[in-house]
Design a protein around this ligand. Structure first.
Ligand SMILES: Cc1ncc(COP(=O)(O)O)c(C=O)c1O
Length: 407
């Protein structure tokens, strides 16, 4: 089936403002159907989850549907889907529960490729347990993080390894499957930050073998919230701090307070939209959603690759431009700097061209420093399902103009 970007764009009211949005890695724009699902659920008769009244049953159904939708998206078990405020807060919460099982002599591995939300919670949890933190470094020239880089810091005392499925700064997609195998060979858990990756490629958590995958629906056309997927039997072994009367079942044990039903309905609608991107005329059903997601993400990847094939060489050829996204396997996310022009000035210059491409280290602070870019990072351009050729041309013209007006 075809990926019709103009039809996809017609579902995004935000695009009517006319900006070319390359800020998808920070948060994507949202289709009409997601907004309608959020509003519809918020204004429908809805109570706390339950089985007695229709409004209680509505809330229960919203939760069950969302767990199933996220399980379909991630190739995971719906009984292991935990909903939270953000990937950061889920990582913090579960890191504290895991650290209850750690002690002096235990080791936790983090990488310099990661967003800080998959570093600092582990560093702090290890500190509180008296465990040791070991750092895996990527190659700053290639942007690659290899299995060997991880193996170099594994030992029989390793309890957990936290890696990213894709760098939100430079796009690198490390070999998650092989890393999981190496981590499991020493008997440790593999925690994967899938926040950036989930927006660009279909995920098969069972096939990857990783123990935990986190993601954030607002990065893939949904509302602002976070999701964690894990094997429910792993979650059963963890005992987070919780209120006495709240459910001690899995996954509810990890969901503190009342769930945001409207955001969960929005997340389900986002997954359905993603599943139908390659064929907007055929409604997605619960029965074929997984299959449709795999096909639709393949079409999305082809769309993003075709735009990247125009954007990347043109950007690399511009005088004074350095592209820092060099890994062989990566998302369509480019980090670049312009010699002699501050990133913030490039960002502002692009904004004058109606292009939204911010400059920062985007919380991938260790990564930015390891690349030699200090805390400032660079300008990041990320492709999304609604990016079209006109956006790319406008970005390139904007960068050329910023370069032309320097000095
Ligand atoms: C790779 C990556 N991990 C984690 C996060 C944090 O996600 P959240 O805002 O849901 O906490 C982000 C957000 O930018 C990200 O890009």
């Amino acid at each position: 089936m075809a990926f019709d970007v103009e039809r996809i764009r017609s579902h995004f009211p935000a695009l009517a403002e006319g900006l070319a949005h390359f800020d998808g890695p920070g948060g994507s724009q949202t289709p009409d159907v997601v907004g309608a699902a959020v509003a519809g659920t918020l204004t429908a008769a809805i109570s706390n989850k339950g089985v007695v009244t229709a409004s209680e049953r509505r809330a229960s159904a919203v939760v069950a549907d969302c767990r199933q939708a996220m399980a379909d998206l991630l190739g995971a078990d719906p009984r292991g889907i935990v909903f939270g405020r953000s990937a950061t807060s889920l990582t913090y919460d579960v890191s504290r529960a895991l650290a209850k099982q750690w002690g002096p002599g235990d080791e936790v591995v983090v990488t310099r490729l990661d967003h800080d939300s998959n570093i600092r919670p582990w560093v702090q949890a290890a500190e509180s347990a008296g465990a040791t933190v070991r750092w895996a470094d990527f190659d700053p020239a290639t942007g690659e993080l290899t299995v060997a880089d991880i193996e170099a810091v594994l030992s029989e005392r390793t309890r957990l390894v936290a890696t990213t499925a894709a760098s939100n700064l430079i796009g690198t997609r490390p070999p998650t499957r092989q890393i999981s195998d190496a981590v499991h060979a020493v008997g440790a858990l593999h925690w994967v930050d899938g926040v950036h990756a989930t927006a660009h490629a279909s995920v098969d958590l069972r096939g990857l073998g990783a123990d935990v995958w986190t993601c954030s629906p607002y990065k893939f056309l949904g509302p602002h919230c976070g999701v964690l997927a894990a094997d429910p039997t792993l979650l059963e072994t963890l005992h987070p701090d919780k209120l006495l009367p709240s459910a001690d079942t899995v996954p509810e044990r990890f969901e503190l307070g009342t769930l945001p039903y409207e955001l969960m309905a929005g997340a389900t609608a986002a997954v359905d939209f993603l599943a139908g991107m390659d064929d907007l005329d055929t409604p997605v059903t619960a029965a074929d959603r997984r299959e449709r997601l795999v096909a639709s993400f393949a079409a999305l990847e082809a769309h993003e690759e075709s735009l990247l094939a125009v954007l990347e060489p043109a950007l690399r050829a511009m005088p004074g431009v350095t592209v820092h996204s060099n890994a062989a396997h990566r998302t369509p996310t480019l980090l670049f700097t312009v010699e002699g022009v501050d990133g913030m000035d490039v960002y502002r210059g692009l904004a004058e061209h109606g292009v939204n491409a911010p400059a920062s280290s985007f919380y991938a602070l260790e990564c930015s420093r390891h690349l030699g870019l200090g805390d400032g990072g660079g300008v990041r351009v990320g492709l999304a399902p609604y990016t079209n050729r006109d956006d790319v041309d406008r970005l390139l013209a904007g960068v050329a103009d910023v370069i032309g007006s320097r000095g």
